[in-house]
Ligand binder design. Structure first.
Ligand SMILES: Cc1ncc(COP(=O)(O)O)c(C=O)c1O
Length: 376
């Protein structure tokens, strides 16, 4: 008889995750039969239910749904190329390649760029997609302490070789803090390596124009830099893209197995992401997000939040059980903020990961913080 216990170790209750929450609109979520105000979404600009974006997606869907093939066979819509050109221009890179998701982008990129002769230098808290891509590549993997530039430099001095890549999240998904991309690129230049930055969370939310961390520090387009962005977060849509030099993107079109052997994104999502880019470029959603973030930050002094200037604002709790208890009490007050536990974060650092959105009102933020003060 098929018994999952023969294959997977049963998890204790405090480590189990539940598939029980679904976003209902830009701000509310269904959770265990209740409608809660969502302070956990990556939909930072509230674009997932924006009328212009939903209409663009519906118009495209009324013509066809699935793309019917991978990009190199029959799924390569002209709209994909138009969006790639718009994204490259907006982000300040020479070229862009759209792929199915951020997970596929990172796994495919590291598999394509690295082999068993390559040294990868990875921040300890990199996203799972970068961790798995590093494993899949078979490369020699060196992990440096989170944001520890000195340790990275020591590792670069020690492990020399022709093929070396520094790999880091831009905005870290569970901590909300940011890689020092300026220092990373300096090291990449000094040690003749590539730099891969996954700015899934900074794209659309960091900087006045939402162009992300590398644009904020005027690094975008640097020939040593390869960047990943996603449509599943601030764009409110689904999919991902890779930015690099024209030459690198041309090579990736031939080498990226997660693009070559996977069905291309449907036109409905391409249309949605193009409409989302138009909204982002008009500036209003980002101004709104930054205003909400400033309001939240001004009110949380002394509540014990981790230092973060981005839309991800974690409250470190420590034990899994206490984090789960606080999440459940907040749900009783009408707010959805799930507990993030190991193995997603290191042992003993369970937390509530609050995220801010342009769609929140100041009143909703006030209500959340009143509840939090009571419960803490
Ligand atoms: C830093 C980072 N990179 C990549 C991904 C994966 O992106 P996607 O959801 O498009 O697969 C995520 C998603 O959570 C992420 O946080």
């Amino acid at each position: 008889m098929l018994d999952s216990r023969n294959w997977f170790k049963p998890l204790p209750e405090h480590q189990r995750r539940h598939l029980s929450a679904s976003q209902r609109d830009g701000i509310h979520i269904h959770h265990n039969g209740r409608s809660l105000i969502n302070f956990a979404s990556n939909d930072y600009l509230g674009l997932s239910n924006h009328p212009a974006i939903c209409n663009a997606a519906s118009r495209a869907a009324s013509k066809s749904l699935g793309s019917g093939g991978s990009r190199l066979v029959s799924g390569d819509a002209p709209s994909l190329h138009q969006l790639e050109t718009s994204l490259a221009r907006w982000k300040g890179f020479e070229a862009c390649l759209i792929v199915g998701s951020g997970m596929l982008a990172n796994m495919g990129l590291l598999q394509a760029l690295a082999n068993r002769h390559t040294h990868l230098f990875c921040d300890r808290l990199n996203h799972a997609s970068l961790v798995d891509g590093a494993r899949l590549s078979g490369a020699i993997n060196h992990r440096y302490g989170h944001l520890d530039i000195d340790q990275l430099e020591l590792q670069l001095h020690k492990h020399t070789g022709a093929r070396r890549i520094i790999v880091s999240d831009g905005v870290f998904s569970m901590d909300g803090d940011c890689a020092d991309t300026v220092a990373l690129l300096k090291l990449a230049e000094a040690h003749n390596t590539l730099l891969l930055i996954d700015d899934a969370h900074g794209t659309g939310s960091v900087g006045k124009e939402g162009r992300g961390l590398t644009a904020l520090h005027a690094l975008a387009g640097h020939p040593r830099l390869i960047e990943v962005g996603t449509f599943g977060k601030a764009f409110g849509s689904y999919g991902a893209f890779i930015l690099a030099t024209t030459e690198m993107i041309a090579a990736l079109r031939q080498q990226l197995r997660t693009m070559i052997y996977s069905t291309a994104l449907p036109e409905t999502l391409i249309a949605a992401s193009q409409a989302a880019l138009n909204q982002i470029q008009n500036g209003e959603p980002i101004r709104q997000l930054h205003a909400r973030l400033a309001y939240f930050k001004a009110a949380i002094a002394r509540l014990g939040f981790m230092p973060s200037t981005t839309a991800i604002q974690p409250l470190l709790i420590g034990s899994d059980q206490q984090a789960l208890a606080l999440a459940s009490q907040l749900a009783d007050h009408g707010f959805f903020v799930p507990a993030i536990r190991p193995p997603t974060v290191p042992d003993g650092t369970a937390r509530l990961r609050f995220t801010l959105s342009a769609a929140h009102s100041e009143q909703q933020i006030d209500q959340l913080l009143t509840s939090l003060r009571t419960l803490l």
